[in-house]
Design a protein around this ligand. Structure first.
Ligand code: FES
Length: 337
């Protein structure tokens, strides 16, 4: 069983399962390794190999720049140890998982159309579904080579229930397979939870949730976590959803069922491509523009959570950090790019 030693520390952890990545091995043993996407896209998990041998699962992962490759930097979410190794990699208490990732079989118990291209998949595991609002899990379909990250839309629970709102991604191997061939009674491998962009219950600030497309899933979970916790009853919720067309709008019915929604929350939508036949009289344009117009100077006082396609997340973070000087530590998102 290979042992991973973090250089200049007394931290050692074992890669106990042969198919574990270094990142998964560390997190599952409670080591605070930095990461975000767990998918080779963000670069948060870079390390240097000082001694020993590794296997690289994706040597050309987009998070590795030509300079990284020249310098010999690797991604902990895309490497496995082939024997005992020593690596140089940061670790910090802020990355220590409250719920350590666990790999288990999950059975699909229900699927429900949310919009024309978003389906809610409900899975059940024998063990409790312990995760924080806003986190994600890695799903591996039978026969698939690589897992895909999907965020839960519900709240952690002891009943082993994991809900995901998943958008069909044309040409996406996993989402196409999920939509086409996964039916109640089928199972897949679920590994999680992961993710750092989760609800911060200790924050005294009101909450801003911004979602684009299927980014609604983690943001819905965060809204549920906020409105369902009596300890957070003083916090208000500003919920913004960016849809391409009016037919893509979703989430309001679920939010309206939450305790205190009418008194404590507002739901705002911007449609980016209203058609002439849509008869849409609401806001048009990009969601970050509507957030900026609606909340203005108030933004710097809020705890902000965002999820959605990379261009939407990039435009929204620029608006928050640069246009409105929202402190970086109040802006939460996991980069998947
Ligand atoms: Fe490894 Fe994002 S966590 S590249």
């Amino acid at each position: 069983m290979p042992t991973v030693h973090l250089h200049n520390t007394d931290i050692r952890f074992e890669q106990s399962e042969a198919h574990d990545t270094l990142l998964r091995a560390g997190l599952s043993q409670g080591i605070g390794l930095p990461y975000e996407c767990n998918s080779g896209g963000c670069g948060s998990c870079k390390f240097e190999l000082l001694d020993g041998e590794i296997e690289e699962l994706w040597p050309d992962a987009p998070a590795l720049t030509p300079r990284d490759i020249r310098k010999g930097r690797k991604l902990a979410c895309q490497c496995r140890a082939l024997g005992d190794i020593t690596i140089r990699m940061p670790n910090d208490a802020q990355f220590v998982p409250l719920h350590r990732p666990r790999r288990q079989r999950a059975t699909l118990v229900a699927r429900r159309d949310v919009t024309a291209d978003i389906i809610e998949f409900r899975f059940h595991t024998d063990a409790p579904a312990h995760f924080l609002p806003g986190q994600y899990a890695m799903l591996t379909l039978n026969g698939a080579r690589t897992p895909r990250a999907y965020s839960m839309s519900n709240l952690g629970n002891d009943d082993g229930v994991w809900d995901f709102w998943i958008r069909r991604k044309p040409g996406g191997e996993v989402s196409e397979a999920l939509f086409a061939s996964l039916h109640p009674g089928d199972s897949l491998l679920l590994d999680g939870p992961y993710g750092l962009a989760h609800l911060q219950p200790a924050s005294p600030r009101d909450v801003l949730c911004i979602a684009g497309g299927s980014g609604i899933s983690p943001v819905l979970s965060i809204a549920r976590g906020l409105l369902s916790d009596p300890a957070l009853a003083e916090r208000r919720l500003h919920f913004f959803f960016g849809a391409r067309t009016p037919a893509d709008i979703c989430g309001l019915a679920e939010l309206q069922r939450l305790p205190g929604f009418n008194e404590r929350a507002g739901f705002h939508v911007a449609v980016s491509e209203p058609g002439a036949s849509d008869n849409w009289h609401g806001a048009t344009g990009f969601i970050h523009e509507l957030v900026s117009r609606t909340l203005g100077e108030k933004l710097a006082t809020l705890e902000c959570y965002l999820a959605g396609p990379p261009p939407m997340v990039q435009a929204t973070t620029r608006m928050l950090l640069l246009d409105h000087q929202v402190p970086q530590q109040q802006v939460h998102f996991d980069r998947f790019f």
